[in-house]
Write a protein that binds this ligand. Structure first.
Ligand code: GLY
Length: 408
C-alpha cells in the first residue's frame, strides 16, 4: 500500500530533524501536544529503519544510536505496536494503523498458546488491547478472551494470586511466586470479564489484588518485588527482590507498577479500598523522589550509591498512572497535586537531558532494565517510551476536557 503524502512529509521532517535535537533546547517549553509530535517524528524514524515487522524495537544501549530488537512472544513485544496504536489514536492517520496492525497480527497467534508467565497480559493489552479499543476488530477480541483464559490458568486459589514466573519455581525454589509487575496484567482479566469472558476472571483479579495488598507491602507501603507463597496451604513465606537493590529496598519500577496497578484495579472495581491503597503507594514514592522527579533505579541507591543511574521508565509509568489517579480523587487539592506531580515528571522527561532525539530514534534516555544482570543499564527501553506517550496522550485528553482514557 502506498504511504500517504502527509505521512511521508512527516517522515521527511523527522529525518531532517534527527540532528537538530541538541540545539532545540526544548524550544517553546513543555506541552503535551509538542511532545507527542516529537514522539511521532521519532517513531517515524524507527519505522523507516526496521528491516521487517517482526524485528521489534526493544532497547538502545547507552551511547548507541541503533535499536536492539526483540522477537514475537517476548514480554516487551507489545510495547512497539502499542506506541503505533497511540500514534494512530492521536493522528487518525491510517498509515500508523496499518503499521500497528502489521505487528499486532504477528503477535495475535500467541494468544492461543499456553501462557508461559504473567507477561501475556503486557503482551496482549498493549498490542491487541489497544488495537481492539481503537478498531473493534473482532479477531482481536477473540484473541484477548483466549489469552485471558490462558493467563487465569496460572491462578492458585489456595494462595489467591497468579503464579508470575513458572520458570522460577525450581530455579529459585519459589514454590508459588508473585511479582509486583503482575498487578498490571490483571487488566486483561478485568477486560475479558467485561467483554463476554468468564465472570470468574473478575473474581480472580480482585482476589489477586487483595492478596498482594495484604502480603507484598511493608508497613510503609513500599513493596517486595517478589512474594513467595506455599502451594499447599497458601501461606506467605517471604518477600524478596529479583530486580531491586535488596530485599528491603524500593525498586523504582516495582513501585511504579504498584501505583499503576492499584489505580487500574480501582477503575475496574470502583472499590474504595483500592483507591486508598493506590494513594498510599503513590504517596511514599512521591515523598522519596529526588527534586527533579526522576527516581534512581532503586530508591535505596540514592543513599548508598549516588552515581547510580535513574530510571525514566519508572517515571513514565508513574506519570501515566498519576494522571488517571488524579481523576478519581474526590478532594480537589489532592487531585490537583497528583496531576501537578505527573506533569512535573513529564516536563523533566521532555527536557534535553532525557529525550533521546539527536542520539537515536527512541523517545527517552536513561532507563534501567535489569541492574543485577547488567542488562539495559542507562538505556532507552521501549516500555519507557510506551508509557511516556500514553501519559502525554492522557494529559492531552485531560487538557481538552475529555476523560483520561478512551475505551470501548
Ligand atoms: N516486568 C519486568 C520489568 O519491569 O522489568
Amino acid at each position: 500500500m502506498k504511504a500517504s503524502v502527509s505521512f511521508l512529509a512527516g517522515l521527511f521532517l523527522a529525518v531532517s530533524c534527527m540532528s537538530c535535537h541538541s540545539s532545540r533546547e526544548n524550544a517553546g517549553g513543555f506541552s503535551a501536544e509538542k511532545e507527542i509530535d516529537y514522539c511521532r517524528s521519532q517513531a517515524a524514524l524507527t519505522l523507516s529503519s526496521l528491516p521487517s515487522a517482526d524485528k521489534i524495537p526493544n532497547s538502545v544501549d547507552k551511547d548507541s544510536s541503533t535499536w536492539n530488537y526483540t522477537g514475537i512472544g517476548s514480554w516487551t513485544c507489545g510495547f512497539w505496536p502499542g506506541i503505533l496504536w497511540y500514534l494512530y489514536e492521536d493522528t487518525h492517520d491510517s498509515q500508523w494503523k496499518k503499521s500497528a496492525e502489521e505487528v499486532s497480527n504477528l503477535i495475535l497467534p500467541c494468544a492461543y498458546k499456553k501462557a508461559r508467565s504473567h507477561d501475556s497480559g503486557f503482551i496482549m493489552m498493549t498490542s491487541l488491547g489497544n488495537g481492539y479499543r481503537l478498531t473493534g476488530n473482532p479477531a482481536y477480541k477473540k484473541a484477548l478472551l483466549s489469552a485471558a483464559d490462558s493467563l487465569a490458568a496460572l491462578y492458585n486459589p489456595k494462595v489467591g494470586t497468579l503464579l508470575s514466573w513458572p520458570n522460577m519455581v525450581k530455579k529459585e525454589n519459589w514454590p508459588h511466586n508473585t511479582i509486583i509487575d503482575n498487578m498490571m496484567n490483571l487488566e486483561l482479566l478485568f477486560w475479558a470479564a467485561r467483554n463476554g469472558g468468564d465472570k470468574r476472571l473478575y473474581d480472580i483479579a480482585v482476589r489477586h489484588a487483595e492478596t498482594t495488598m495484604r502480603h507484598q507491602f511493608r508497613p510503609d507501603y513500599t513493596n517486595y518485588h517478589v512474594a513467595v507463597y506455599d502451594t499447599i496451604d497458601g501461606h506467605f513465606i517471604k518477600g524478596v527482590t529479583h530486580q531491586g537493590l535488596s530485599d528491603d529496598s524500593m525498586w523504582a519500577r516495582g513501585q511504579a507498577w504498584a501505583i499503576y496497578g492499584y489505580t487500574m484495579v480501582y477503575r475496574e472495581t470502583g472499590d474504595s479500598r483500592f483507591l486508598d491503597f493506590a494513594r498510599k503507594v503513590s504517596d511514599v514514592y512521591l515523598k522519596r523522589l529526588p527534586t527533579d522527579m526522576i527516581p534512581y533505579w532503586d530508591f535505596a541507591a540514592r543513599d548508598f550509591l549516588p552515581a547510580e543511574p535513574r530510571d525514566a521508565s519508572a517515571a513514565s509509568i508513574t506519570a501515566s498512572a498519576l494522571l488517571e489517579l488524579s481523576t478519581y480523587v474526590a478532594n480537589a487539592d489532592s487531585a490537583a497535586f497528583y496531576r501537578e506531580q505527573a506533569v512535573a515528571m513529564l516536563e523533566q522527561l521532555s527536557s534535553p537531558s532525557y529525550q533521546a532525539g539527536g542520539q537515536s530514534s527512541a523517545f527517552l534516555l536513561h532507563s534501567v532494565g535489569h541492574m543485577n544482570k547488567k542488562w539495559e543499564v542507562d538505556a532507552s527501553i521501549s516500555y519507557a517510551d510506551y508509557y511516556y506517550l500514553e501519559a502525554l496522550t492522557r494529559l492531552k485528553r485531560l487538557e481538552s476536557g475529555r476523560s483520561v482514557l478512551a475505551r470501548l
